[in-house]
Ligand binder design. Sequence first.
Ligand SMILES: [Mn+2]
Length: 394
Amino acid sequence: MLDDLDRLMEIAGIDAIVAEGSAFEVPDIFWMTGFRSTDSIICFKSRNEPQVIAAGFNTLDRIRSQSFVKHTHDLTELYVSLMRENKRAQENPEIIYRDVLKNLFTGKVLGVPDHIPARVLVAVQKLGYDVRVMPDLLKEARARKSGAEIKTIRKAGDATIESMTEAFQMIRDSKVGPNKILIHKGQPLTVGDFKLKLELALVTRSAESAEDAIVDVGKKGFDWHYLGAPRDVMKAGEPIIIDVFPRLKLDRYVADITRTVVKGPMSDRVKTMYDAVDEAKAAAVDTLTDGAVIDDVNMACFKSLKAHGFDSRRLNPTATEGMTHGLGHGIGLEVHENPNMYHYTEKFSEGHVITLEPGVYLKSTGGVRLEDDYVVTKGKAKLLTRGLDDVTLL
Ligand SMILES: [Mn+2]
């Protein structure tokens, strides 16, 4: 959260940070300003001082009414003088940043995030500033969520759960046809049909898939990031992985939920996979608390899977079956953010919001994955995505 930023800037030894872009392209900009616009702006922040937005013309008026940042630096006059000389602001970052930094920057070391445009980095270096690229600073500050952010992620979770429930109804309503193909309203039920239903349900709840959704039928689920082709046909008796990670259109936060469903009956093999994943998830949740070492949470999952006879790449780096991906990831304005569960020795903190998504994958069968979103607290982690507990057999 924003409250963490000053402390992290101090640890990093930087006096100020500057970022540039639009809320839709650069989540850090939205996070630092709350300004939801396609307009590109410059956001500057000195350590222990509030943020300042540099912009001009109509953008500035909208910032004053639509951003929570109270301090602005007006670039209108500078833009006008550039226009009189037939120069474009975009092509003259040195002129813009000379003005911005002369007016706002009083320290020695200036930090910039990885996503600062290359032309801006070069310009600021040419101006003679001591610039340091800080790839993790804003990411780390964003890792712990405020109460308002957690509430918004829960809202994204609710929209996701309701939409998945609506889409699952298509599978419930299907009949099983020849070759176990699901027949919905007289037609084979495809992944394309399912995703369309899902997307419509999300849109009616002011959400939309952040990228796409993963819908993997049967053996195709062995490749756990296969998105699913629109023409893939749903079949009975096979595990169908449905992984949905939508973003609220206005609030910009995401949720990330996976269920693996079977139009029954379920084979003993799939049942074994399902029980193992379910227990591994519970084992990980039991260890997830403020101060827990990240790899202890990973290990709780992988050891539980091993006890059920499933391999994992963490315990056996050459494994090709079993759990061949990480346990989860932070979520917030992006589908993958900090804490990073591959940073094994780091610790979870109160306010971290993460997904836990254990899965097992067998070449001959496909995959089973279950995913929910949790907020780390001083006690047991809190489940943010409630309401899809018994969805397995449809
Ligand atoms: Mn995920």
